[in-house]
Structure formats: structure tokens, C-alpha cells
Write a protein that binds this ligand. Structure first.
Ligand code: GRF
Length: 296
């Protein structure tokens, strides 16, 4: 790790990936220690990343607690929490869905995909689900009259005892009935750093083209809770990838998608292990697996 000084403070350059965890000042974490907040940019492992240290006294604290080994904690968390049932919504190829499915099968996610919802019964995601024996629901209704109404969708999802709904490239609007029936329980992934390049009209390659045209030097996936405003629910997790000077939209999309697969697995794993907590102002935080007193 190299240290640099500048008018902005002390910087250190570190090499390799790093997932940051932060301590927050809650009533139960009373400490008057000086604060050290570390911000990390998460890049592919061969790219040097920069760690900036800021001295802040009020909002973040160092917490000195014993770090429990990941496996010990994982086992103890999982022994206490029920395995969750997930509904995944897709409209396309479903690479995120496939990656999440693999993570439920190999045990990374403490849950199962109980049902797949799609508006495109022949899409790659729906074919994959049928192949794996996962029931497929059509929503909304299509021209020939097949497909469920919003009310029937809520009932169908409830009949699978679904705990959480995971949107993975589903292009239709989520009905208000479903959002109200599953408060704080629906996640979406978007391929830009929200709130930039989100909302109506920002989907697929349009997002990446707009990012490149804007001159933004960084992009990356955002995972957020879904509420009644399009792409505006509270942000739960983000990951940064560089936008390179000669990037095409396709190249940037591939770089972002690679991170999407990793990030969605980690976040859905946290959701299923009940490691999401809600800050007083309504912002959701992920408790670190290695130490539940630290947050991502
Ligand atoms: C992803 O880029 C995701 O961010 C967006 O839709 C795309 C779905 O891709 N919401 P896939 O079908 O999972 O490959």
C-alpha cells in the first residue's frame, strides 16, 4: 500500500479488490473514538484502486469488536434464519436470473427460486426456468388473453409463500398492488449508478450509450428497493466500473453485467440471511457477514 499526501488529505493506493465495511454511530455503539471513514472504489482486481481517508467525528466510528470467522458466523446466522422463497421477474436472456439460480443451488444464497414471472414466455430466462422445473407465470396479460391480472399475480406469488421478489431485467411496470403487498421486499438491478441514467427510457443499451455520451468516467450497477417511483426506490448497493476512453456501449454493458452478477448474488444472500437493516431516515444498509456491527 503506497501513501500519498495532497491538499485533499492522505491517500493510499491499494491493489486488488476490496469490499468495504463501515461502522455506524447508533445508540448501542457508543464510543468517542476518532473516526476513520474509508471509501473504496471496487474495480477488477488488476486495476489499482484508491483509498481516501477522511477524518469525520460524528457520523462514523471505529468499532472495536471481535471479528468472528466468516464460516462460524455464516453457520450461526443460517441456523437462526429460515430459508427464503424468491420470485424472480425476467423479460430477456436472464443472465442475472441464471447466476442467482446457481447461487441458490450451490448454497451461496440461503433461499430457493420458487417461481419465475415473465411477460415473454419464450425468453431465455423462462426457458431456463422450465428446464430447471421452476414454475413460470405470465404477467401481465398478453393479446390472446393469457396471463394474470395484478390481483391474481399477488395471489399467485403468495401461494408460493414468496418472501422476496427479485427483478432481473423485467421490462414491464410493477403493479402498485404488488408493491403494497410486498413492502421493502422487492429488489431491482439497474445498469448505471442511480440516480444518474435511470427512469423512463433508460433501459438496455440506451443506458450505456447515454453514460458514454455524457463523458462520465465511472458507471456500474445499482441495486435498489422498488417503490412506486420508477428507478427511484432506496439504494441498497452499488459497484463501480471504469468507463474507458474508447468504450462501445456493448463493451461497457459487458463490464457492468459482470459486476451485476457478483453484486446481485451478494445482496440477495444478505437479504435471505436477514442482514438488511433500515437506518432511521429510511436508507437500507447491509450488515457485513464477517461482523454484523459493520455495514456496507
Ligand atoms: C441487466 O443489465 C439489468 O441491469 C437490467 O436488465 C439487464 C438484464 O440482463 N435491469 P439479463 O437478462 O439478466 O442478462
Amino acid at each position: 500500500m503506497e501513501a500519498h499526501s495532497s491538499i485533499f488529505g492522505n491517500y493510499s493506493t491499494i491493489h486488488g479488490p476490496k469490499t468495504p465495511c463501515y461502522a455506524l454511530k447508533f445508540a448501542s455503539f457508543s464510543s468517542s473514538k476518532q473516526v476513520l471513514l474509508r471509501t473504496h472504489l471496487s474495480f477488477p482486481s488488476n486495476i489499482a484502486i484508491t483509498e481516501k481517508r477522511l477524518r469525520i467525528r460524528t457520523s462514523v466510528e471505529e468499532v472495536h469488536s471481535e471479528i468472528v470467522g466468516p464460516n462460524v458466523l455464516e453457520d450461526s446466522v443460517r441456523a437462526k434464519v429460515r430459508r427464503k422463497n424468491l420470485a424472480v421477474f425476467v423479460s430477456g436472456g436472464g443472465s442475472n436470473f441464471k447466476s442467482l439460480h446457481e447461487a441458490t443451488v450451490n448454497g451461496f444464497i440461503h433461499g430457493d427460486i420458487s417461481v419465475l414471472v415473465t411477460n415473454k414466455p419464450d425468453c431465455g430466462g423462462a426457458e431456463f426456468a422450465r428446464d430447471k422445473g421452476i414454475p413460470v407465470i405470465l404477467f401481465p396479460k398478453v393479446k390472446d388473453g393469457s396471463g394474470l391480472s395484478s390481483k391474481d399475480l399477488v395471489n399467485a406469488i403468495r401461494s408460493y409463500k414468496v418472501d422476496f421478489i427479485v427483478l432481473a431485467g423485467y421490462l414491464k411496470l410493477i403493479p402498485t398492488e404488488l408493491i403494497r403487498a410486498f413492502p421493502r421486499s422487492i429488489l431491482n438491478i439497474h445498469p448505471s449508478l442511480l440516480p444518474a441514467f435511470g427512469g423512463k427510457g433508460y433501459y438496455g443499451m440506451k443506458v450505456h450509450k447515454a453514460v458514454i455520451a455524457s463523458g462520465a468516467r465511472y458507471s456500474g450497477p445499482t441495486i435498489h428497493f422498488v417503490d412506486e417511483e420508477y428507478d427511484r426506490g432506496r439504494i441498497l448497493a452499488q459497484r463501480i466500473v471504469p468507463v474507458l476512453p474508447n468504450d462501445t456501449a456493448e463493451e461497457l454493458a459487458a463490464r457492468v453485467l459482470h459486476e451485476e452478477h457478483k453484486l446481485y448474488k451478494e445482496v440477495v444472500a444478505a437479504l435471505c440471511e436477514e442482514r438488511i437493516i433500515w437506518r432511521e431516515d429510511g436508507v437500507p444498509l447491509i450488515q457485513c457477514k464477517e461482523n454484523l456491527s459493520l455495514y456496507k
